[in-house]
Design a protein around this ligand. Structure first.
Ligand SMILES: Cc1cc2nc3c(=O)[nH]c(=O)nc-3n(C[C@H](O)[C@H](O)[C@H](O)COP(=O)(O)OP(=O)(O)OC[C@H]3O[C@@H](n4cnc5c(N)ncnc54)[C@H](O)[C@@H]3O)c2cc1C
Length: 381
């Protein structure tokens, strides 16, 4: 067992930290308050190779391992949850699905543009009437001689209105439930395919979340991603990787909130001394730092096992469940440590508090993670 990072992993973390502190942190509050998608930052992330982080160089990627990817998502989230989610959905979900299930021609067609950041990616399984129960989706893909015709609406799709490329799941055989779902790659501008409304959200105001409307969208057989009817099985594999990035996002948001709290505890005075001298505050800081470290270790372990080519369904669910709940606890206490100022927009902790809530919901709620973990330990699947 070796807990040391490699030289390359340290370098990735350092590069991401410098970028997050220098380029993201100073503007994060502005973009979030304006509810504006931070294109200028996203373009720079593409230049740094962070939008093709985990894909091999032959597809334009940076060829990083999953541990490095987790480190970079954590560092970005320390500064801003919205940008971390943009990166996570683009890499782990959209590009991840194309890399996992795509033919060589599909990989060559889509991944280099995604990896260089020339196109952002979105991934849609959720619908207005189905989230946790994803296989109850209503979007259909009806096969004919020329290919498929897609109809339906996807809901809550990250990067939905800014993406050029989207992977969407649709029912290809209603009689076969989860075994009758297929994945398709769509490009922006395809007739009948358009973003629908965006959402007024609690947090992540600089992350784009939109509906995707599919109105008689004709796709060729070359746009089928993976096996016909095999889309749901691939989706579960994509989510195994995606959940690690959501765990990393939660760890980063928690660390950002803790860092701000440590600074505040040194500077804020009460009863003639810095509040960090009070044991009540010290106890909170110690407990939060310890829980963040535990969440980080679970997340890194899941990433390490993924790099070893091992199954990670249990480990990625555990990491996401634990890290997101730690994230919620840390950000709540961080507001407490900041007192009244913590409740205002003068400090980043209220933004991290609002942002980290998504980590308990997206890519499977905490209740669903508990089901997945229980099924694994009871060996029910
Ligand atoms: C900001 C944001 C970004 C998102 N990005 C994407 C994206 O890029 N792509 C995408 O496809 N989706 C995305 N989602 C959707 C997200 O994955 C779903 O919201 C999530 O899976 C929950 O589904 P739901 O909202 O339909 O809740 P529901 O499934 O309706 O759940 C409602 C409640 O019931 C509980 N529940 C449901 N079933 C069970 C059960 N069997 N046992 C116990 N409790 C249960 C849930 O835990 C929850 O508490 C995003 C959501 C948000 C908010």
């Amino acid at each position: 067992m070796d807990f040391a990072l490699t030289e390359e992993q340290r370098l990735v973390r350092q590069t991401a930290r410098e970028f997050a502190e220098g380029e993201i942190a100073p503007v994060a509050a502005r973009f979030n308050e304006a509810g504006e998608f931070p294109w200028e930052i996203v373009r720079k992330l593409g230049e740094l190779g962070f939008l093709g982080a985990i894909f091999p160089p032959e597809y334009g990627g940076a060829g990083l391992d999953s541990v490095s990817y987790v480190l970079l998502v954590e560092e970005i989230a320390r500064a801003d949850g919205s940008i971390a989610l943009t990166v996570a959905a683009h890499n782990s979900l959209c590009s991840g699905h194309i890399y996992l299930a795509g033919t060589e021609a599909q990989r060559q067609k889509y991944l280099p543009r995604l990896a260089r950041g020339e196109a952002l990616g979105a991934w849609g399984i959720t619908e207005p009437g189905s989230g946790s129960d994803a296989s109850a989706m209503k979007t259909t893909a009806v096969e004919d001689d020329a290919g498929f015709i897609l109809n339906g609406t996807k809901a809550f799709i990250t990067n939905g209105s800014v993406a050029e490329i989207a992977v969407v799941m649709a029912v290809t055989d209603p009689a076969r439930a989860a075994k009758g779902i297929s994945a398709f790659v769509l490009e922006r501008g395809a007739p009948g395919f358009r973003p629908g409304g965006t959402y007024q959200k609690l947090g992540l105001h600089a992350s784009d979340t939109a509906e995707l409307i599919l109105d008689n969208v004709r796709v060729s057989r070359e746009q089928l991603l993976g096996q016909l009817h095999g889309g749901f099985v691939d989706t579960l594999k994509v989510l195994d990787g995606g959940r690690i990035s959501i765990a990393a996002m939660a760890v980063g948001l928690a660390q950002g909130a803790l860092d701000a709290s440590v600074t505040y505890a040194r500077e804020r005075h009460a009863f003639g001394q810095p509040i960090g001298h009070f044991q009540g505050i010290q106890g909170m800081l110690a407990e939060l730092a310890t829980e963040i470290e535990a969440a980080r270790l679970l997340t890194l372990r899941a990433a390490y096992l993924k790099d070893q080519g091992r199954g990670i369904r249990l480990e990625s669910s555990m990491a996401k469940l634990f890290a997101s709940e730690v994230g919620m606890k840390v950000t709540t206490k961080a507001i407490q440590i900041h007192g009244g100022y913590g409740y205002t927009r003068e400090f980043p902790v209220e933004r991290h508090f609002r942002d980290v809530k998504l980590c308990e919901i997206g890519e499977g709620t905490s209740e669903i993670q508990r089901l997945i973990i229980a099924r694994q330990i009871l060996q029910l699947t």
